[in-house]
Design a binder for this molecule. Sequence first.
Ligand code: ADE
Length: 276
Amino acid sequence: MRFDVFTLFPDYFAGPLSTSILKRAREANLIQVELHDMRDVTDDKWRVADDAPFGGGAGMVLKAEVVAKSLENVLNFDVGVSAPPCPIVYLTPQGRTLNQNLVEELASHSHLALLCGHYEGIDERVIDAIEPIEVSMGDFVLTGGEGAAAILIEAVSRFVPGVLGNENSASGDSFATGLLEAPHYTRPSVWRNRAIPETLLSGHHANIEDWRLEQALTRTLDRRPDLLPAWSERELSKRQRKVWERVQRQADQKSEAPEKTDIGEFEDEPGFNSLG
Ligand code: ADE
């Protein structure tokens, strides 16, 4: 998988690309990340890539020609005339919010160009001409697209065969199953008086699987109920359906139980006098 990154700050990527999984993936040549400094196409002494916005206002705007020339030089096509050799992803808060489905969709390509904006953004005319896939990391504003591009490279690379030690790892991730993940524990089995759930020590694989599913469902119901309709419409095994029904029953019981107040907690204890 090849990523061509177009940026004004190539140094930004030094840390993320030379750490952990991305470092190993690059060393094994499973992914190639080429950084292109868009200032390289400027022809003035100061390598100016931006200018003030027409109509006034704060901030600076990345020049259309700088972006177009950078893309054309590396990708060998004519912006607005011929098609680029790979999808161009523009990182912008105005894009489609990145999620695991979009990551997988992007990972189905063997080559992606990532365009990082900076300052107030990029001259809209070049965006209109290249028609990129616009992708956002969420409803917040970063200083530039570099952080977003680093995240995207990491998320997409996890789907490249061989990048994760265990080929199954990406498929068991949160969101890949359509649910949040069950909690994980490791040795010691008791830590500062906190024991791990007993089922995990039982060695009974089917029960452990059911327990994990129950935890995943309970968490998802609690934190991301929006994910559940899609999951429950899948073809479920008998066991999965049973666990799902149990989790729903527990949730119903919880919502029917009266809220405990501070007083309520102690009301039944001997010596408690509600009049003080
Ligand atoms: N550039 C600035 N903010 C961004 C965001 N939220 N997502 C992607 N790129 C950005």
